[in-house]
Design a protein around this ligand. Structure first.
Ligand code: ADP
Length: 453
């Protein structure tokens, strides 16, 4: 090989390395979703590199030039696919046509055959990288350059034999190894990218895992805290009526108490008993809900009758604490008969009325229902202490209380609203609240009351 061939080869190697950089920087990061714009830009860049290769050839005889465009275009077809390679081929064929000379036709055909072979290889051997890559690249190199050798038939007849013999050795010693080396370079870039991606994915899933763990830990701590507060409240809630019952029962043993006193003390015992019963009901309801043992028993329900029962229970002076209780019945007794579960509606509404009384110091409490399409919407409106906006969603969860201090007169178990919510949901409705701190709250729950027709 002459000195000029050596210099030409070196230049070609440098240009092929530039092609390798193009794959790494422009293409590989978009490999997942390369859009048409990127495909065309890549094609133009590959075509330009092909032109630069053609501008730095080694000349065998004037008009017959050789360069490594066959290596680059076949590798482009294999790694970049059809669109970029076709764009590059069009540019390079046009440029080769402009150069002219005796090798014009062969040069143009070699461009076409090299790029197409790469594209077809990619198409018909999509998993080539998973097998023996060196062998695949070698076979591709041999195929492309065998086609190149065959293309010498397109040379002017007086040159054919001489050129064929002249390029046979560089083909085996330079072109085919160059194909293998350039292919290996791009494979390793591809693999580096895959490793980088895998590492990033790993890092992301590690971060996700950590944040999930932190959330789970916070949730566990929160529910632990809620359960401790619940147990403390429960103990308080049971002790208070129990002390009332036992204390007044003892006083009643005194034979000297008069009839009025006896009536008053029995009233306290009855009230304390009812309070105990309420707590026991709540506990049973929650454990049944928890274990999925609650069934809906649908029957004909007179909603006005439920309202009357609740009114009678809570309007007694001992229950209502000087507040005013107003009941609003919006439908006649005939119209307000629906098919639903009376016990669940009674319980859900009682919890809301009980809360309205518990969390109000003065004012009016209004409760009732309105017809909304095929739903009945029950409401309980108070002028009590209200609920901060950031707590309004959480209070429907079990054990959640706005003020968890059991020293307040308002201490409860934190179960009532969760029961109301669960019952409304079981019946096919939902709960909601609007509230303003210091001004009062209105709780709502809906139940489907009439069929859709
Ligand atoms: P409990 O009343 O036993 O604490 P609930 O589940 O019935 O449990 O209510 C949860 C919390 O919601 C209460 O602790 C209270 O802070 C708040 N809350 C419920 N109803 C009202 C209301 N009408 N006005 C103000 N706060 C309320």
């Amino acid at each position: 090989m002459s000195g000029s061939i050596f210099v030409g080869l070196l230049q070609n190697t440098a240009i092929l390395l530039a092609f390798g950089l193009l794959y790494d920087n422009l293409w590989i990061n978009r490999l997942e979703h390369p859009n048409l714009r990127i495909k065309i830009i890549s094609g133009v860049l590959i075509g330009t590199i092909g032109i630069v290769l053609m501008l730095t050839p080694w000349t065998m005889i004037p008009g017959i030039v050789f360069d490594t465009r066959s290596v680059m275009l076949s590798i482009a077809g294999l790694f970049f696919g059809a669109i970029p390679t076709v764009v590059a081929m069009i540019m390079d064929i046009a440029f080769r046509a402009i150069i002219g000379g005796g090798g014009q036709l062969m040069g143009m055909v070699v461009i076409l055959l090299s790029g197409t072979t790469g594209i077809l290889w990619r198409l018909y051997r999509p998993h080539w990288m998973k097998g023996n890559r060196n062998l695949e690249l070698l076979l591709l190199g041999i195929t492309v350059h065998a086609l190149m050798l065959a293309s010498t038939v397109l040379l002017p007849s007086e040159l054919k034999m001489g050129i064929f013999e002249a390029i046979l050795i560089p083909m085996v010693l330079v072109y085919i190894p160059a194909e293998l080396l350039l292919g290996r370079l791009l494979v390793s870039q591809y693999e580096n990218w895959k490793t980088r991606l895998a590492r990033e994915e790993l890092l992301k899933s590690e971060q996700r895992l950590i944040s999930d763990l932190v959330k789970a830990k916070e949730k566990a701590e929160e529910s632990d805290r809620l359960k401790s507060a619940f147990l403390a409240n429960l103990s308080h809630e049971i002790h208070t009526p129990m002390n009332g019952i036992l204390g007044f029962a003892e006083i009643l043993q005194n034979p000297n108490i008069n009839g009025d006193e006896m009536k008053e003390y029995l009233g306290v015992i009855r009230e304390s008993g009812t309070r105990m019963l309420d707590i026991i009901h709540d506990l049973i309801a929650v454990s049944k809900l928890e274990t999925g043992q609650v069934n809906i028993r649908a029957a004909s329900v007179n909603v006005n009758a439920i309202l009357d029962e609740i009114y009678n229970r809570y309007s007694s002076p001992s229950e209502i604490k000087g507040l005013q209780l107003i009941v609003r019945k919006n439908l006649s007794d005939k119209e307000c008969t629906i098919t639903s579960d009376k016990e669940k509606i009674h319980s859900a509404l009682s919890n809301l009325v009980k809360n309205a009384i518990k969390y109000s110091n003065e004012g009016v409490i209004e409760f009732g229902y309105v017809k909304k399409g095929r739903y009945l919407e029950f409401f309980v409106k108070d002028q009590g202490i209200g609920i901060p906006a950031d707590k309004q969603a959480a209070i429907f969860d079990r054990f959640v209380q706005v003020n968890t201090s059991i020293s307040t007169a308002n201490a409860g178990t934190g179960l009532g609203l969760s029961i109301t919510k669960a019952y409304a949901k079981l019946l096919g409705g939902a709960v909601s609240v609007t509230s303003e701190e210091g001004k009062g709250s209105t709780f709502y729950f809906t139940v489907p009351a009439w069929s859709a027709s």
